[in-house]
Design a protein around this ligand. Structure first.
Ligand code: AMP
Length: 111
């Protein structure tokens, strides 16, 4: 399988690391949409939020623990977590990832 984020999680493609453990990798987005913008991914390949099951959901919970921990360590309290699922929602990389955006005012609903 040819997956950009699998390759980034394995260190085969360089990225700017925010956090890493055995299950999860977090790295800064190459095209930041906010002053703080990083991505949190499971190291195992899950295609999107639409592919979360009882068998693989533990790592998703862990992603959110990591998000809270990174926010504390990076020193911000207000942020947005986004996961685009499918082409119509704007998912360009078909490996589950959570965008973490912070450092500016945000509007709702998103475009
Ligand atoms: P999405 O469009 O929701 O699938 O999000 C994919 C995100 O990955 C986009 O915000 C891209 O800017 C980001 N991205 C793509 N390639 C890289 C890369 N090599 N390193 C870091 N971020 C990337």
């Amino acid at each position: 399988m040819d997956c950009l984020f699998c390759a980034i999680a394995k260190g085969e493609i360089p990225s700017k690391k925010v956090y890493e453990d055995e299950q999860v990798y977090a790295f800064y987005d190459i095209a930041p949409a906010a002053p703080v913008h990083f991505l949190v991914i499971p190291k195992t390949h899950i295609e999107s939020c639409g592919a979360i099951t009882p068998e693989n959901s533990a790592v998703v919970a862990h992603c959110f623990e990591v998000i809270a921990q990174c926010a504390k360590e990076l020193g911000f309290t207000d942020f947005r977590v986004v996961s685009n699922c499918g082409d119509q929602a704007g998912q360009s990389v078909k490996h589950l990832h959570f965008h973490v955006l912070s450092g500016r005012d945000m509007t709702w609903p998103p475009g």
